[in-house]
Design a protein around this ligand. Structure first.
Ligand code: COA
Length: 251
């Protein structure tokens, strides 16, 4: 119960990796708050978490909307009286070659993945972290430094997330805030992998057994623990090495 009494906010916590993180940190004693755009899914996940004995609450929030993220940060503080960990997990994605990607398609994914991460980090910083310290973990992708076909939008956004991770870590370290990123590879039974599987069939990703949301959650657990107290501003792949392989093979 290493997170007993701690409050954790997970964006996109209703499904997939975010839900796995909610379950895992909740099982370690954390009070969990999840948000996403889909209230019905959030309520079902909250019921599941509560059924497992986890303290859990949910609120609808589109992280592209600065007013909505401010309201969500205020809501967590109202409900739990503290905020120890923010996991910026919410993301939007679809496979599309640049030739098939509209201006709005590119913008939409950057708005969710990069601007949404900035919005929630800034809102939580202003509302709590700047006076109390805390931990932020951004769920990124092992895309930086390579050309990633079908993922121009997401790869650009996640490279931005990695940059933001480093700058937040440097600007905020004196206030006791650590900011790190995890770059998951293929995660089983998630919308991301289901959607990307078709165009990437036959690629390196197809050769590697996907990990589970719990494997990602365990990395979050470590990063927010005191065992990682000197780890700050790092973007760590949790991907069985597929990221470095993609660079070599120029997939
Ligand atoms: N191929 C090409 N363009 C696509 C697309 C696809 N598969 N899916 C969406 N787009 C484009 C749309 O055509 C639109 O552009 P347009 O206005 O020029 O036509 C733009 O992206 C926005 O799409 P829209 O559906 O209106 O936006 P949204 O905000 O409702 O949802 C996503 C955007 C990315 C979240 C949506 O694709 C989605 O719901 N994805 C599933 C959930 C998900 O992504 N989970 C995370 C996986 S990592």
């Amino acid at each position: 119960m290493s997170l007993r009494g701690k409050a954790v906010l997970i964006t996109g916590g209703g499904t997939g990796v975010g839900k796995g993180i909610a379950k895992h940190l909740g099982a370690l004693g954390a009070k969990v708050a999840i948000c996403s755009r889909k209230n019905e899914i959030l309520q079902a996940t909250v019921a599941e978490l509560q059924g497992a004995g986890i303290q859990a609450i949910a609120q609808e929030c589109d992280i592209r909307d600065p007013a909505a993220v401010e309201a969500t940060a205020a809501w967590v503080l109202e409900q739990y009286g503290r905020l120890d960990v923010l996991v910026n997990n919410a993301a939007g994605n679809f496979p599309a070659l640049i030739a098939d990607l509209s201006y709005n398609g590119f913008k939409t994914v950057v708005d969710i993945d990069l601007n949404g991460t900035f919005n929630m980090s800034k809102a939580c910083y202003e509302a709590w972290f700047k006076n109390h310290g805390g931990n932020i973990v951004n769920i990124s992708a092992p895309f930086e430094g390579a050309g990633i076909p079908y993922q121009a939008h997401a790869a650009a956004a996640k490279a931005g997330v990695n940059s933001l991770t480093r700058t937040c870590a440097v600007e905020w370290r004196k206030q006791g805030i650590r900011v790190n990123a995890i770059e998951p590879g293929a995660v089983d039974n998630t919308a991301g992998v289901d959607r990307l599987a078709a165009p990437l069939t036959g690629s390196t990703l197809a050769d590697v057994a996907p990990c589970t949301p719990t494997d990602i959650a365990k990395a979050v657990e470590f990063l927010v623990s005191d065992d990682a107290v000197f780890i700050n501003g790092q973007c760590i792949a949790v991907d069985s090495g597929t990221g470095v392989d993609l660079l070599k093979l120029n997939l």
